[in-house]
Ligand binder design. Sequence first.
Ligand code: X2X
Length: 357
Amino acid sequence: MKNRKETLRAAAVLVAGLIFLTTAVAQAAGYKKEYKMQVTVGPKFYWGMGATKFAELVREKTNGQINIKPYFGSALLKGAQLKSSQMVAKGVIDCALDSTINISPVIPEANIFHLPFFLNTFENLDKVKYGAAGAAVFSAMEKKRLTPLAWAENGFRQITNSKIAIKTPDDMKGLRIRVVGNPMFLDTFRALGADPVNMNWGDAVAGFQQGVVDGQENPVGVLIPVQIHQYHQYATLWNYLVDPLIFYWNQRQWKKFPADIREAILAAAKEAGRFETALARAGLDGGVSLDILKNEFGYTMAVPDPVAYMTGKGMTVNTLTEDQRRAFIRATLPVKEKWVPKIGADLYEKAVADMKK
Ligand code: X2X
């Protein structure tokens, strides 16, 4: 007994010593005590879980030298989610895991993912992210003093509301829909005859609760943690656009890291991105992501079938048929015409070519 106690004490002393040493080494190397990370949503969202995973992996892979603290709910921005990349570029915030929607004010190229009814399958999305178009988005970030590290995913966005099962653009007439303050979303919903309302995510839930809006659009990875069934009876699965997430870092700071630290952080971002993307796709890609989670990460999904989950909570869930989809594509053509030049015709052509590969 005594031996065991002594061994434990010795081990504790050793661990404390190691922590002290690595912290001392980290500070001697000029690392910050804490690297601040912007995350738009809370820790229970798949996106939030991806941020936590990244912070854990970075700590592990850098032997405790780099400590990232995720600030959830856009806390560093007082809710102003669209300011994230501006603040990371300035170095006010060190890094972020953020949506292409939120970085679009600084990186208009990121809107390639938000052209309505353009990228509509995981296969197309992967071809674009890992193809010439994705590379072009990453290099646009580099030009704005942001270093992109890896992709993750919020997901294909679906629409929910408290009034009607949406099947035609006509069904959307007059619906007040909460959208992020990205002007492309206002254009899209106006083209569909709806009445879009700009709101930061931090205010959106109160908006649903109070019925200030009739509906909203977000991927299942947001709909489930936020318990959207409490506010909205109807969900329409229409994959109308997607928002990938990107792990990114302030470029100046990134360049100052030694190569081994950069490699460790990059590896952590890729691994956390793979984990988080699988969470976002679980139950939506015929078992592929559920297997990745189980086999590579030893992780079992609490909600393995998001559509069954929403139906089980009493929601009416419909999926647009190909015919129904065509009417939405037609109605949003002017949005595409207006936005392709802003995003870059070149980039658009790259995305089209990526999808054909
Ligand atoms: O604000 C949203 O809808 C959210 C959480 O999906 C984004 O940050 C893009």
